[in-house]
Design a protein around this ligand. Sequence first.
Ligand code: AQP
Length: 339
Amino acid sequence: MTQGMKERVFSGVQPSGNLTIGNYIGALRQWVAEQDAYECFFCVVDLHSLTVPQDPAQLRAKTREVAALYIASGIDPEKATIFVQSHVSAHSELAWILSCMTPLGWLYRMTQFKDKASKQQQESVGAGLLNYPTLMASDILLYQTHGVPVGDDQKQHLEYTRDLAQRFNHLYGETFTLPDIILPKTGARIMGLDNPNAKMSKSEVAEGHAVYLLDKPDVVKKKFMRAVTDSGREINFTEAPEKAGVNNLLTIYQAVTGQSQQDIEMYFEGKGYGDLKKTVGEAVTELLKPLQARYHELADEGGYLDEVLARGAEKACEVASTTLSQVRERIGLVGVHRN
Ligand code: AQP
């Protein structure tokens, strides 16, 4: 099958902090698995991170870091298109157009908006935070995307994207491909180590909450040793809320090792929580070793990353501008006519 005939996959991560093992298990690892079967576009969604306050120098550094982590995780720039969202202006342009077609009620319903807005003073919540899903829909729809590999927390935004695409197609004629969500089989929602009832998030600052992809081995192990569990002894996969800490550790172990739940439970039979934490900490350390080594090589190379991002922006622009031209035409925007 030639490249042009492959179905498309699009996904992205915000450069809003240090990437966590949740981001890796829920998103990056799936992307690596899909790069041969699909024509992939992996974006560093810098415009999305502006929905909450960012320090400019930090944003600049994190944007490059996230792009380098894509490559370090195993995404091959020769196979997939890696680019920065703000390098392709079609994303913001389509977002404006789609936001004019979005009922406010659809946006107020989004749980991510409610969660993030509740963490800020009401008067300082930016309009961008409410409009976040419209920008995300634009990212996806511009590439006529078939599949979006994301974690469970993005499910609602994907449903919104499909609703919006359907609405547009209904009003103006078939324009957008309806994207499907691709969830990982294991680890679609990794929970915080400090609070197993809250999703692990890169922007959560609490000490011991998240394990970052660039954490040193001793830090990784220490964070796991301090993970919140319970006062029991049973080491089993379970939905019971009071055992969420143990379940989360087992889920991380399963995602990292690829072993079956049954084999994992057998392995831990008769062992204590201390053993569990130590074993999971070591498995994650091993997982991160090659990734970190590759990351540091890339950070030293410098110029290579710039070249990848420039090439990526060019390729992404080509595809995105084709869709955007169709959209402009369909809704009645007049193009430039030169004699
Ligand atoms: N805890 C998680 N478990 C599994 N997958 C996760 N993802 C995020 N957290 C987990 C997935 O990682 C991708 C990156 O998403 P994002 O950067 O666009 O923002 P997010 O979903 O809001 O992720 P974070 O880490 O919580 O970022 P902040 O704190 O900036 O909001 C997505 O595919 C997501 O599902």
